[in-house]
Design a protein around this ligand. Structure first.
Ligand code: GLC
Length: 560
């Protein structure tokens, strides 16, 4: 039954085709290049790839401005190349999920072109228009400082159109049943090409009512159920992973009370408080964020991440909390973005401190949910703050010490490969790290292997175990009579902690023994049943509770 609900216990790796591997030497990564790197990804141990948008696009928002949903942008290859890649992934047991960007199209999409040209066109109603300038035109921009409004005048249409994001991304009128039918068709098309689901872009905006007279948008949650039903009928294993940075009280609206809506959501609440914890060594707000996002239907799952392709959005922290994270990780205003975020990669934020980086990833791999890793983080890539906006953290993958990091044979990669300095490809690259047993790459491979051996994290129930030390987070997971326990010290200083595993009376004896999964350093409870340990600065421990008994219990599971 190992294939059931694969996303509950998977490792997702996110990448952009254009910056991964260039096989044809034109300076842009392509599907042929990615196909050649599948053995590397299989070796790393990931279970699914999340591909950023690769369809035909003018690329004014890194492909999040799509001009043809049923295509592959020629710079990345052909639809045939995509299928070769999808097949190669499948052969290696790696699933593929792709971005589904249907809140808006590019203004270069033929639908929009026809809609603006002809008021009688059937596509007119696919977008959101207003004869006069709507009152709230300057409100609700997503990219403050760069984007000026959410409505723009179109001379050809002689009307204003709505765009939640940039003006070249007109919003689709997603309330229109014909548009909804088209969205299903897009999903059906890619399912047929072999993908296992979608990372759905900007979901709160997709389901919001839109229009000049809409003062307060209303969420049309039922749409989510229809997406899911369609998917499930077409392909049982296909999922939707939602990008929805919403408050915990609305999470269940997205999952559905009985899990009848979306399968997965990124846990932005935990992400932001995790960075607060990393910055201040105070894990209490993180524990609160975990508690607030604990309720979810049994079949639903959180996506846990550290950094992604966007800015690290800190908009849900209080201003004082946010300032502390800025002070720790982005003191220079040029490192900050959109008044709320940080446009850096993880390794430089943590000053390249290997212990701290390991601890941060160890946390990502053990927080409740399914970890989502970003390409290049497995080798500790840096950022290029010379590049505009979010591009700083979107530079090409560093494969080797060859020119342009082995990413391309072209003299002009479309985004520069980071060179020189502590994060340059000369030092930070996959080929070099493969050779060193202790490299971050090999550490990541080992931790992924271990994470797969503790399905309790993906499936089980967690509890945060109290200690008196706010810098140390102790989490325990229980699933089918198995327990694992994780200890993380977010502080640079060592701390001594005392805690009890806290199992119920019947199982209490098992809690006396903690078997360390990563070293020989096991822990035995004292006479009072409590464990005492000194955990070094930025230390982390993975324990299985209950010693060898576990093997017996495990065999019960395997037979189920
Ligand atoms: C999402 C994407 C972001 C993109 C935006 C508009 O937030 O993550 O990269 O710019 O949607 O599609």
């Amino acid at each position: 039954m190992i294939n059931d609900l694969w996303y509950k216990n998977a490792i997702i790796y996110c990448l952009a085709v254009g910056t991964y591997m260039d096989a044809d030497g034109d300076g842009v990564g392509d599907f042929k290049g990615l196909l050649r790197r599948l053995d590397y990804l299989q070796g790393l141990g990931i279970s699914a790839i999340w591909l950023m948008p690769f369809q035909v696009s003018p690329h004014r928002d890194d492909g999040y401005d799509i001009a043809d949903y049923y295509s592959v942008d020629p710079r990345y290859g052909t639809l045939g190349d995509f299928v070769e890649f999808a097949h190669g992934a499948k052969q290696r047991g790696i699933r593929v999920i792709i971005d589904l960007v249907v809140n808006h199209t590019s203004d270069a999409h033929p639908w929009f072109k026809q809609a603006r040209r002809d008021p009688k066109s059937k596509y007119r109603d696919w977008y959101v228009w207003s004869k006069s300038k709507p009152r709230g035109a300057n409100r609700g921009v997503v990219f403050p400082g760069v984007q000026k409004s959410t409505w723009s005048y179109d001379r050809e249409a002689k009307a204003w159109y709505f765009h939640r994001f940039y003006d070249f991304q007109p919003d689709l009128n997603t309330s229109n049943p014909v548009v909804q039918a088209e969205i299903l068709k897009i999903m059906g098309f890619w399912i047929q090409q072999g993908v296992s689901g979608f990372r759905m872009d900007a979901v709160p905006f997709v389901i919001a009512t839109k229009g000049a007279n809409v003062a307060k948008p209303r969420e049309q949650y039922d749409m989510l159920r229809r997406f899911r039903e369609f998917l499930q009928w077409r392909e049982g294993e296909a999922i939707v992973l939602a990008e929805a940075n919403v408050l915990p009280q609305t999470d269940l609206e997205y999952f559905g009370d009985d899990g009848e809506r979306l399968h997965m959501m990124f846990n932005f609440q935990v992400n932001q408080h995790l960075f607060y914890a990393l910055a201040t060594a105070d894990t209490r707000p993180l524990a609160k964020a975990m508690a607030k996002t604990k309720p979810r239907p049994a079949t639903a799952q959180w996506g846990i991440f550290l950094r992604n392709h966007d800015e690290l959005d800190l908009g849900r922290l209080t201003p004082a909390q946010r300032q502390k994270v800025f002070a720790a990780f982005a003191p220079d205003p040029g490192m900050q973005l959109y008044d709320r975020g940080i446009r850096r990669r993880l390794a430089p934020m943590l000053a390249g401190d290997r212990r701290r980086i390991e601890m941060a990833y160890s946390l990502m791999f053990t927080l409740p949910g399914t970890p989502v890793l970003r390409y290049g983080d497995e080798i500790g890539m840096g950022d290029d703050l010379e590049l505009p906006e979010r591009n700083a953290a979107r530079t090409p993958m560093q494969w080797s010490a060859e020119p342009h990091g082995g990413f391309t044979k072209s003299a002009r990669p479309h985004l520069p490969v980071i060179s020189g300095g502590p994060y340059g490809f000369e030092h930070v690259n996959a080929a070099t790290q493969r050779r060193f047993a202790d490299s971050l790459l090999n550490w990541t491979e080992r931790i992924i292997r271990m994470r797969k051996e503790v399905p309790e994290v993906g499936w089980g129930d967690f509890a945060v175990i109290p200690t008196r030390e706010p810098a140390v987070l102790v989490m325990r997971y229980a699933w089918r009579n198995n327990w694992v326990l994780f200890v993380h010290n977010l502080d640079a200083e060592p701390h001594e902690i005392t805690f009890s595993v806290g199992l119920d009376r019947e199982s209490a004896k098992s809690g006396d023994e903690l078997i360390n999964l990563l070293s020989e350093d096991h822990s035995r409870a004292g006479k009072d049943g409590k464990h005492s340990l000194v955990i070094e600065g930025y230390g982390y421990r993975w324990y299985r509770v209950g010693g060898l008994d576990y093997l017996l219990r495990r065999s019960d599971i395997d037979q189920e």
